[in-house]
Ligand binder design. Structure first.
Ligand SMILES: Cc1cc2nc3c(=O)[nH]c(=O)nc-3n(C[C@H](O)[C@H](O)[C@H](O)COP(=O)(O)O)c2cc1C
Length: 184
């Protein structure tokens, strides 16, 4: 039996995803886990847009339109349009900034990042693969406007979820000494 600590230690991402994706009820479970992200002052500075089916095409149209602002290269535009079709589910996770005397914007962005990552882990716990993606389009003004975001909001990532097409690509743990200091 995989223990919780084994599960967390062996977590990995998978970019090669296919159908089936998490069902509606599994998506509810995944979202509930995301909503348990640490949240200073209880601001809930999050928005999750859960895109399935044609909802992914809607995101693809937004990404394609953003690319088309800067180029008329149809290959680049179509590449962007097809990005969300790389998995059956894409959850766009947004930090919705809320001004607060004790909670700076960075903490709200971190909280949204925690929500995204905990949803990735939740999906993996249910047997699905996933990957956190961003890229220039996550920071693109046209994309943000199309999602009705304010300039202080942040798309922290696109969480792609589905069934893994390839076996686990679990990377080895890094050399801990390059990262970790113990102060005893
Ligand atoms: C904020 C953030 C943005 C990322 N954006 C991308 C991305 O756009 N494309 C990509 O292939 N991987 C991206 N990654 C990396 C993958 O999510 C993943 O962590 C990486 O492939 C390593 O795999 P692992 O999680 O199995 O160690 C991003 C990770 C983070 C934390």
């Amino acid at each position: 039996m995989t223990t919780p600590i084994d599960f967390l230690s062996n977590r990995y991402s998978c970019g090669k995803l296919t159908t089936p994706g998490p069902s509606e009820s599994e998506l509810e479970q995944i979202i509930d886990v995301g909503l348990r992200a640490p949240d200073h002052a209880g601001l809930k500075p999050w928005q999750f847009i859960v895109m399935t089916g044609q909802g992914r095409e809607r995101l693809g149209d937004i990404l394609a339109a953003a690319v088309a602002v800067n180029t008329d290269d149809s290959a680049k535009i179509e590449k962007a349009r097809n990005m969300p079709l790389r998995a059956p589910v894409v959850v766009t996770v947004i930090a919705k900034y809320k001004e607060h005397a004790k909670v700076p914007r960075i903490e709200q962005v971190q909280s949204a990042g925690c929500a995204l990552f905990s949803m990735q882990q939740a999906a993996q716990a249910l047997g699905y693969g996933g990957i956190w993606r961003t890229g220039d389009l996550a920071r693109d003004r046209t994309v943000k406007a199309a999602l009705n975001l304010d300039s202080y909001d942040e798309i922290v990532g696109f969480l792609y979820l589905g069934t893994e097409q390839q076996a686990n690509n679990c990377r080895k743990a890094l050399e801990k000494e390059t990262i970790v200091d113990f102060w005893r």
